[in-house]
Design a protein around this ligand. Structure first.
Ligand SMILES: [Zn+2]
Length: 420
């Protein structure tokens, strides 16, 4: 499907003008797709006429629209009594198709600029799923949603419960799915009948990216994100706006840092990994409850945490124990990474809601950096962060006003793989 992205118009100052338009669109995207013209002009900081030119460029490309009769005056930059026009994402703008594969569910969504989820299709994932059948389902859903979106498709973003090689979207050992390595990005691309660019990334990385752009991580310089969705613990670092991916994109496997050298054997081949002592399985084990079956374990962990909140002593002891271990794990990460904000996602956000004091106290006991400069520990804000983050990979091309889907980009996104 063609897009309006190729209608690049030279501005009075050449690249500066295109750059202003890209920055203005990015500001609007990070503001949820709606902001006053006055606020955008002030934040852009390039003067009113240059901002006006950038805005008309974006309107001409069919990416934004201006509401000239906003119902209520917002912002103060336009002066008292003078309403500032509202700028919104245009309904003709391109959308991303986003895939979030979890251990128990598959979500495929249409996501627009502003981080707006326009449609989601969810299917259950059976235990130990077959690789070929999962990727056939992903391709079928992508083709269907792409056909029915009625909008230009900027590309596909894929979120995987696995370290993902930046170079080619290869998923290294999605072990909670009990898969060996999978060429995930290529499998998705082969199943499509449109030449949509396909991008792939690790789920925790993508959730962190979404939190940094649209959620509780906005404005953080070194954002540490730690999460549990089902079993296991994932982590990510957003450093100066970009994902920290390491040499190959595999960095920040915080769940497999050693918490107890003599602890239980981990599926990664090590022992006593942080995820074995501080995830949902650890919580159930600490309460003397069975950890299997893995299906529904997130629900059982939530029930246990609710019981702790109501005052059940055994549940409260288990929550306290796991919160302390999580705090100790975070202490090592604070010493290593010097974050200015820590976000806890998924079931760890629930744990934080009832045991924040214990998590933070242990963090302080174990980290001298934390004692010197306490780091705010907060729950993540987004319900579907990984899905939104996957969409970001495809929407980045729209934000940069890329002329062609295969344009080379430098977006500061380490740790994700782009097709080109
Ligand atoms: Zn491990």
């Amino acid at each position: 499907m063609s897009t309006s992205l190729s209608s690049r118009r030279p501005g009075p100052n050449g690249n500066d003008s295109a750059n202003n338009a890209s920055r203005l669109l990015t500001l609007l995207h990070h503001a949820g797709g709606r902001a006053t013209r006055a606020a955008l002009t002030a934040e852009l900081g390039c003067g009113r006429s240059a901002a006006g030119y950038a805005l008309s460029d974006l309107v001409g490309r069919g990416l934004v629209r201006v509401d000239e009769h906003p119902a209520a005056r917002r912002g103060g930059a336009a002066g008292p009594g003078r309403p500032s026009h509202e700028v919104l994402i245009a309904p003709t703008s391109p959308v991303a198709l986003a895939v979030h594969l979890r251990v128990d569910t598959l979500d495929v969504a249409v996501v627009g600029l502003g981080g707006r989820v326009l449609r989601v299709e969810r299917e259950p994932v059976e235990a130990r799923p077959d690789v070929a059948s999962i990727f056939l389902r992903i391709s079928r859903l992508l083709r269907k949603l792409g056909r029915e979106a009625g909008r230009p498709i900027a590309g596909v973003g894929l979120s995987l419960p696995s370290p993902v090689r930046a170079e080619d979207g290869y998923a290294l050992e999605p072990r909670h799915l009990e898969w060996a390595g999978v060429p995930a990005r290529d499998l998705v691309r082969e199943g499509l009948d449109e030449p949509w660019p396909v991008h792939a990334g690790n789920d925790a990385n993508l959730a962190a990216l979404a939190e940094h752009r649209h959620g509780a991580g906005r404005g953080a310089r070194q954002l540490l994100y730690v999460t549990t969705e089902h079993i296991g613990i994932g982590g990510a670092l957003i450093s100066e706006g970009g994902l920290f991916g390491g040499a190959r994109g595999y960095a920040m496997e915080v769940g497999h840092t050693t918490a107890d050298p003599d602890g239980p054997a981990c599926s990664c081949g090590s022992r006593g990994c942080l995820e074995l002592v501080a995830d949902t399985r650890a919580l159930l084990r600490a309460a003397g409850l069975p950890q299997s079956p893995v299906t529904g374990i997130g629900y059982r962990a939530r029930v246990l945490m609710e019981a702790a909140e109501r005052g059940d002593e055994a549940a409260a002891r288990a929550v306290d124990e796991v919160a302390a271990r999580l705090g100790a794990g975070l202490a090592g990460l604070v010493n290593l990474l010097d974050p200015d904000r820590i976000l806890l996602g998924g079931l760890l956000a629930t744990l934080h809601s009832i045991a924040a004091r214990r998590i933070v106290a242990t963090l302080g006991e174990r980290s001298f950096l934390e004692r010197a400069v306490p780091v705010p520990v907060m729950p993540a804000a987004l319900d579907c962060g990984a899905l939104l983050g996957a969409a970001e990979l495809a929407l980045d091309q729209v934000l940069q006003l890329a002329d062609a889907p295969s344009a080379t980009m430098h977006s500061g996104l380490g740790g994700v793989a782009r097709s080109g």
